[in-house]
Design a protein around this ligand. Structure first.
Ligand code: CP
Ligand code: NVA
Length: 326
C-alpha cells in the first residue's frame, strides 16, 4: 500500500481531538461511564476495575511539553483498568531529532492501542490523528485542552447537579482551556461569560462556531459583569506553556485576578475551579484558592476518572458503555 493510501483520515477511529468533534449524547455517555467507574472504585476501596476493560491494551503518551496531571491520570487510569502505558518525551524519541509525525504515527500504531499527545504545535496533533491507525487523544495543544474540561464538567455536576442551564464565568486569558470550555458550554447547554482583556479574547472562530450552534457565549472585558450571579468561576495561568510574552501578559491581566471581592459577586454557592498548576497571587488569591468554594483538588482527581471513561470509549468498541455499570 502506498504511503498516501495508508492515511487514516475519515476512518472510524474514536479520536478525541476537541470537545466540538463529539455530539452531546456521546460526551454525556463518556461522563456517565466515568462517574460509574469512579463510584465502583470508591465503593470497593481498591483501584482495579473488576472487568479490567483495558486488559492487554497499551496507551502511548507522547509529551512535548511538561505535565503532571495529564500524564499521571492517563498512566494510572489505564493501569487501574487493567492495561499499561508507555510515556515518551520528545527529547527521548526520534521525534526530538526530526523524525516526522507521520512516520512516528505509523510506527507507534503498530505497538500501542491509543495515543495521547501533548504538543506545542496543533498541526502535530492533526497530523498524528491523520496517520495513526489507533485513536488519538489531545492531551493539550496551544489551542485547546478538552480532557481537562471533561473533568471540570464531572466536578461541577458532582457538587451542584446538571450543568445544563447554569452560568459559568471564565476570568483572565482566553486560552486553550477557555476554548474547550466554550465548546463544552455549547454541547452541554450552559451559559458562559468570558472576561478577558481585548488582546487575549477567546478565538473568534470558536466563538462564532459556538454561537452558530446556539451556544450562549458572552464576551466582556469586565470581570465583575462576567461573575455576577454565576454558578462557577474558572481561571487559569496568565502565561501558558506556549506563551513567550510573559511580562506583557502579566501587566495586561493584572485586573483579572480572582479575589474574594470578585467571588462575592457570584451566586452564593458558586464554585471556584482552576485546571492547575496555579500561580497564587497572580490569577487567583490564596484566600479564594483555599476557600470552601474552591474544588480544585476534586477537579484534579477527576482527571483520573474522566480519563478512564474517555479511554474506555476510545478503545472498548461498541459495548463500551457497559463498563460504567457494576
Ligand atoms: N491541568 C493539567 O493539564 O495539568 P498538567 O499540565 O499537570 O498535565
Ligand atoms: N493554559 C495552560 C494549561 C496548563 C494545564 C497551558 O497551556 O500552559
Amino acid at each position: 500500500m502506498s504511503a498516501a493510501l495508508s492515511m487514516t483520515e475519515g476512518n472510524n477511529l474514536r479520536h478525541f481531538l476537541d470537545i466540538r468533534d463529539l455530539d452531546t449524547r456521546t460526551l454525556r455517555q463518556i461522563l456517565d461511564v466515568s462517574a460509574g467507574i469512579k463510584a465502583m472504585q470508591k465503593g470497593r476501596q481498591r483501584p482495579l476495575h473488576p472487568a479490567a476493560p483495558l486488559a492487554g491494551r497499551t496507551l502511548g503518551i507522547i509529551l512535548s511539553k511538561p505535565s503532571t496531571r495529564t500524564r499521571v491520570s492517563f498512566e494510572v487510569g489505564i493501569r487501574q483498568l487493567g492495561g499499561d502505558a508507555v510515556v515518551l518525551t520528545s527529547a527521548e524519541t526520534q521525534l526530538g531529532r526530526g523524525e516526522s509525525v507521520a512516520d512516528t504515527a505509523r510506527v507507534l500504531s503498530r505497538f500501542v492501542d491509543a495515543l495521547v499527545l501533548r504538543t506545542g504545535r496543533t498541526a502535530s496533533l492533526l497530523e498524528l490523528a491523520q496517520w495513526s491507525q489507533v485513536p488519538v487523544i489531545n492531551g493539550l495543544t496551544p489551542d485547546s485542552h478538552p480532557v481537562q474540561i471533561l473533568a471540570d464538567i464531572l466536578t461541577f455536576e458532582e457538587h451542584r447537579g446538571p450543568v445544563k442551564g447554569r452560568t459559568f464565568a471564565w476570568i483572565g486569558d482566553g486560552n486553550n482551556v477557555a476554548t474547550s470550555l466554550i465548546e463544552a458550554a455549547t454541547r452541554f447547554g450552559f451559559s458562559l461569560r468570558l472576561a478577558t482583556p481585548a488582546a487575549f479574547a477567546p478565538k473568534a472562530d470558536i466563538v462564532a462556531w459556538a454561537r452558530a450552534q446556539g451556544g450562549d457565549i458572552i464576551l466582556t472585558q469586565d470581570p465583575k459583569e462576567a461573575v455576577s450571579g454565576a454558578d462557577c468561576i474558572l481561571t487559569d495561568t496568565w502565561v501558558s506553556m506556549s506563551d513567550e510574552d510573559a511580562a506583557e501578559r502579566i501587566a495586561l491581566l493584572e485586573p483579572y485576578r480572582v479575589d474574594a471581592s470578585l467571588m462575592s459577586l457570584a451566586a452564593k454557592d458558586a464554585l471556584f475551579m482552576h485546571c492547575l498548576p496555579a500561580h497564587i497571587g497572580e490569577e487567583v488569591t490564596a484566600e479564594v484558592f483555599e476557600s470552601p468554594a474552591s474544588v480544585v483538588f476534586d477537579e484534579a482527581e477527576n482527571r483520573l476518572h474522566a480519563q478512564k471513561g474517555l479511554m474506555v470509549w476510545a478503545m472498548c468498541g461498541d459495548d463500551w458503555q457497559k463498563y460504567g455499570q457494576e
